[in-house]
Design a protein around this ligand. Structure first.
Ligand code: HEM
Ligand SMILES: *[C@@H]1O[C@H](CO)[C@@H](O)[C@H](O)[C@H]1NC(C)=O
Ligand SMILES: *[C@@H]1O[C@H](CO)[C@@H](O)[C@H](O)[C@H]1NC(C)=O
Ligand SMILES: *[C@@H]1O[C@H](CO)[C@@H](O)[C@H](O)[C@H]1NC(C)=O
Ligand SMILES: *[C@@H]1O[C@H](CO)[C@@H](O)[C@H](O)[C@H]1NC(C)=O
Length: 576
């Protein structure tokens, strides 16, 4: 029967068979050589295996089953999970030229514009420039020297506020972190009590970011070209919501820069990242990064520092002997007539060990921030395909019993006064390679300062219930990108009458400057007002309109433009 067959057809179908066999085997080889992982369902892959909470504990199970590196697939996205330090360093650090991208978010990133933020930026020229300026201002020990006095003053105000209202410690930690970052970024002084306009703008926008990145919430995330469909097309709800969110994102970035410009015009600005760069006369492309570089200080710093310092309070409550040891060091080295400062840091090794143990005990970014690979890569014979998302389980690295014996015990002695200190957690808690946290030195300095100032004048202890019985808090943390301790009871008391007198004189000796919140209220950034409702956000998606906006800006008074825009009513409403 073979003789009857048309040789052409036979040849063709044979060729096709061989071709498809080849493709199939290629596909198999690709799949087979991926890092191991759980089998998924067709199309949706491992979607149902994704963790709902405590991601780090979920992914930690992969280490026992699959080893240090594993894969899951979600729809068409590959996620590579790294559960050990060496693998993380080999890839994210040693091959950082291709492991330094971030995943894209069609809705939150591209549509709303959160990809302008440093933390979500694609790894490109603009990003590198932004990061360079950021590092130059706060990224190194020497860059931080000029800011030392300000950090110390803000932390003293923190002590004074805690004394006035000991139950508000956690709120004051956040306020103190926020006020340091906004001073650095915009020379802006926040309200000393109650809510602050700029803080609210930023916090409101980041809540929206959270909503905008809820997985599966936004159809456009799965079908990116949806954004090009006309308004009347069904399922375009995201455009309305997204446009408002985009305005808020722009506003929180641009309004404070406008504030700095006005302060500079009046010659009353407090020197900051923004004023320094504005003064430098950058090109328009360069200047575009200023709001976002500035933004990264409050945005990247506040929640993280607050989570880490809350962890510090928690362990002080639970480990009084550690607290006592730290206070002894402070008393010996600094004495009692003054507060410790950043210059004392090299002479306070136990405090330094305590800081590192706080980082290790609970890395507050337990899964770091996802990286993304820009080209196919091979590691130990396994394929890491282009565009895979790479996650590193920092929490598991910090709790590896081979590296940190008895890992759930809080013990600064791991790093103190020993010939064989355990691995320095600074090598991983701040992430890896060209995406590693650029606020690291600043965060360490702030944390060191607050921890030592606090311990030198206050005792942190267990709260008592109504029967006078001490309450031992549970060690519990929340899920999420930044993981905070869950609320817990504690008590704060001055260590002595002298300490109390000293702290209560801080406000008198150094009256805090008035807040800039009022000045900020007067300002609505021109871009923000242009984008409000009338243009439906087109200003930011169309290069033509954007250029048009730039020209307008050069030639027209900002307020008069705003007056032409129907959205002004809503601006006025927000400003009052
Ligand atoms: C306890 C304090 C902090 C911890 C544990 C922490 C940790 C991290 C981690 C793990 C990353 C991701 C690194 C990676 O992708 O490999 C990161 C990124 C970042 N952090 Fe921090 N951080 C802290 C404080 C700060 C502070 C104080 C600032 C700013 C003043 C800051 C600004 C940033 C920025 C802008 C990024 C994004 C960098 C990029 O995408 O290139 N962080 N941080
Ligand atoms: C990467 O690691 C290898 C071996 O661990 C080392 O020889 C090489 O120098 C490293 N490359 C870079 C760019 O650090
Ligand atoms: C922040 O959001 C709250 C609640 O939506 C709103 O009342 C408040 O005015 C917002 N703050 C600013 C400064 O826009
Ligand atoms: C502070 O705590 C220490 C123990 O760590 C204790 O000896 C001391 O009496 C406490 N001081 C006050 C004023 O409560
Ligand atoms: C705006 O004015 C500056 C100089 O004042 C000029 O360099 C820039 O090109 C102008 N921009 C536009 C879009 O006209």
């Amino acid at each position: 029967m073979f003789e009857d067959a048309n040789p052409v057809v036979l040849g063709l179908s044979g060729g096709l068979a061989i071709l498809s066999l080849y493709l199939f085997s290629q596909q198999m080889r690709r799949n087979r050589s991926l890092p191991p992982g759980p089998r998924g369902l067709p199309i949706v892959g491992n979607m149902l295996d994704m963790p709902k909470e405590y991601e780090w504990q979920h992914w930690a199970k992969h280490k026992d089953i699959y080893g240090p590196i594993s894969t899951v697939n979600v729809l068409s996205t590959r996620v590579i999970i790294i559960n050990d330090l060496q693998t993380a360093i080999d890839l994210l650090e040693n091959r950082s030229s291709i492991y330094s991208n971030r995943p894209t978010f069609p809705f939150a990133g591209e549509f709303i514009g959160w990809n302008k933020q440093m933390i979500l930026s694609q790894y490109d020229e603009r990003f590198r420039l932004m990061r360079k300026y950021f590092k130059a201002y706060v990224g190194t020990k020497s860059a931080l020297i000029p800011h030392k006095n300000m950090q110390e003053m803000e932390t003293k105000y923190f002590l004074a506020r805690v004394l006035q209202n000991p139950t508000s410690v956690l709120e004051q930690i956040r306020r103190s972190a926020g006020s340091i970052f906004l001073k650095l970024s915009h020379g802006y002084t926040i309200e000393t009590s109650g809510s602050d306009t700029l803080v609210e703008l930023v916090e409101n926008a980041s809540k929206e970011f959270h909503t905008a990145t809820l997985p599966g919430e936004w159809l456009i995330d799965s079908i990116p070209w949806m954004r090009y469909l006309p308004e009347w097309w069904p399922g375009q709800h995201f455009k309305k919501v997204g446009t408002v969110m985009r305005e808020h994102n722009m506003e929180q970035a641009l309004r404070p820069v406008e504030f700095v410009k006005r302060q500079m015009e009046k010659g009353v600005e407090y020197p900051s990242f923004t004023s320094t760069l504005l003064r430098r006369g950058l090109t328009a492309t360069e200047a575009e990064i200023i709001p976002w570089g500035a933004n990264a200080m409050y945005g990247g710093g506040t929640d993280t520092t607050t989570a880490a310092l809350t962890t510090f309070i928690l362990v002080m409550v639970l480990y009084p002997e550690v607290q006592k040891r730290a206070q002894e060091e402070l008393d010996t080295v600094v004495g009692q007539g003054r507060l410790p400062g950043l210059d004392d840091r090299p002479r306070l090794p136990y405090m330094e060990a305590l800081l590192n143990e706080v980082h290790r005990f609970h890395p507050i970014g337990p899964m770091g921030i996802p990286h993304c690979v820009t080209q196919d890569d091979y590691y130990n014979g396994m394929l890491i395909p282009k565009d895979s998302i790479v996650l590193v389980n920092l929490w598991l690295i910090a709790h590896n019993p081979e590296v940190y014996p008895d890992p759930h015990k809080f013990n600064p002695e791991r790093f103190y006064n020993t010939d064989k200190p355990q691995l320095d957690p600074q090598t991983f808690v701040y992430g890896f390679g060209r995406r590693a946290c650029p606020g690291r030195e600043l965060a360490n300095a702030n944390m060191f300062l607050l921890m030592s100032m606090m311990l030198s004048v206050f005792n942190i202890s267990k709260a008592k219930d109504e029967n006078g019985v001490e309450i031992t808090p549970k060690i519990e943390f929340g899920s999420g990108t930044v993981s905070h301790p869950k609320p817990f009871p504690f008590s704060i008391t001055p260590r002595s009458k002298d300490a109390e007198a000293f702290v209560s004189s801080i406000f008198e000796d150094h009256p805090p400057p008035p807040s800039n919140a009022k000045e900020l209220l007067d300002i609505y950034s021109w871009i923000w007002s242009l984008s409000a409702t009338s243009f439906k956000g087109l200003v930011f998606t169309s290069p033509i309109l954007r250029t048009f906006g730039l020209i307008l800006r050069n030639h027209t008074n900002l307020r008069s433009i705003a007056a032409l825009v129907p959205g002004k009513a809503s601006i006025a409403a927000t400003s009052n």
